[in-house]
Design a protein around this ligand. Structure first.
Ligand SMILES: NC(=O)c1ccc[n+]([C@@H]2O[C@H](COP(=O)([O-])OP(=O)(O)OC[C@H]3O[C@@H](n4cnc5c(N)ncnc54)[C@H](OP(=O)(O)O)[C@@H]3O)[C@@H](O)[C@H]2O)c1
Length: 363
């Protein structure tokens, strides 16, 4: 028997290409099966990756019974993540779960209960936690480069549109839910990450106040930032494309986070971290450690400024998960932790109804 974790990739779309490649490259894992809604998609994914002896399925329950599956990588659209997690956890599999992990508080709580019951390990694809710049910044914060963070800002500026294969599900209220949940959860997670100076920990959000707006909801006109073209007659967003939230963290730090699907510009993911001994603006640092500093020190690193999945550090994420499995420890980005990020997105939706700040954790 090979001493490798067997991986089942479930949902053979865009992001699955990177999950598959990362597990294939790792010396301690290999993809043993692929499942998707359509068998043809699973087959195509296998062929493109040059995998010959893998199980191919159009049914998750059957795929879970494939011999040698230890890890299930859930790459389906968000509205089926919960049912996928419940099935895979019940089958005793460790889980990689794409964000957003679920669409409602009930789904979050059901997944937490199922994972606790099964005792399996999880990692959620807030993949930017492994971005080289983010890692460098967290190490610098650990080493007191900016002191204690008291205010953080993060923005997910992404004109998401019909070019994305997942847009048809993602744009709808019933399946995509909201801009914060669909894509802005990455920025919420970054906000939590940088509001805490410990290297492998994210801050606890305790209160949220949010507003939604923008101009794109219900419109069939889209801007494609890849080509610069304006497209008419496209399926519209069913929810507001702009959301802005203020977040209070345990310990007193404040955060401001936005998601903006309405922006006419290429993808950007800016972050600003204000500490009592220095400041970080993306890859630029002002620090008490350099008292002679006359200008911003620039870190020549890979910025989180691409929406292309091949640019995302999935390899580092999966490497860290395999290390967690080997050591029998939880990931810093496990389901329990990721739920806290998702609760901010769900709290924002409650604010739009009540117009009141919402306390976390949600009940
Ligand atoms: N972490 C990140 O940075 C990142 C980046 C991109 C996407 N994502 C997330 O990853 C997930 C997938 O996104 P994507 O871009 O890969 O979307 P995608 O290209 O549309 O792929 C989704 C795949 O899931 C399959 N599928 C749909 N409904 C299914 C069902 N009920 N059962 C089984 N398979 C089903 C589709 O299968 P068929 O082809 O078989 O019909 C499709 O191939 C989303 O949650 C998205 O938000 C995360």
């Amino acid at each position: 028997m090979e001493n490798k974790y067997g991986v089942l990739i479930h949902g053979a779309g865009w992001v699955s290409t990177q999950h598959l490649a990362a597990f294939q490259r790792h010396p301690r894992s290999r993809v043993v099966a692929i499942s998707s809604r359509r068998l043809a998609s699973a087959r195509k994914r296998a062929e493109e990756a040059g995998l010959e002896r893998v199980g191919l399925y159009d049914d998750l329950d059957k795929a879970l019974r494939h011999e040698g599956v230890d890890i299930v990588s859930i790459c389906t659209p968000q509205h089926v993540h919960c049912e996928n997690v419940l099935a895979a956890a019940a089958a005793g599999k460790h889980l990689v779960i794409e964000k957003p992990i679920g669409n409602s508080l009930e789904e979050l709580r059901a997944m937490q209960a199922a994972v606790r019951r099964a005792g399996v390990k999880t990692i959620v694809s807030f993949v930017l936690r492994w971005n080289p710049l983010f890692r460098t910044l967290k190490r610098m914060m650990r080493d007191n480069a900016i002191g204690d963070p008291y205010y953080v800002e993060a923005d997910y500026l992404h004109n998401i549109g019909s070019w994305w294969g997942g847009f048809e599900d993602g744009r709808k209220k019933s399946t995509g839910v909201s801009a914060f949940l669909l894509g802005g959860c990455h920025a919420i997670d970054a906000l939590r990450w940088f509001a805490c100076r410990e290297e492998f920990k994210a801050a606890e959000p305790v209160e949220v106040f949010a507003a939604a707006g923008g101009y794109r909801k219900g419109s069939g006109r889209q801007y494609d930032y890849h080509t610069g073209a304006w497209l008419d007659g496209q399926p519209p967003l069913e929810y507001d494309g702009l959301e802005v939230a203020l977040v209070k963290f345990a310990g007193g730090a404040l955060g401001k986070v936005s998601v903006n699907f309405d922006c006419v510009m290429p993808y950007k993911f800016p972050v600003r971290i204000f500490g009592n001994l220095g400041t970080i603006r993306d890859n630029k640092v002002w620090s008490h450690k350099f008292p002679e500093q006359k200008g911003w020190i620039k870190i020549p690193s890979i910025l989180p400024d691409s929406a292309e999945v091949a640019h995302h550090p999935f390899q580092a994420q999966m490497d860290s998960f395999i290390e967690c499995l080997d050591r029998g420890v939880e990931s810093q980005c496990n389901l329990e932790d990721a739920v806290k990020t998702h609760e901010v997105a769900l709290a924002a939706l409650r604010c739009y109804e009540t117009r009141q700040p919402v306390k976390l954790p949600l009940v």
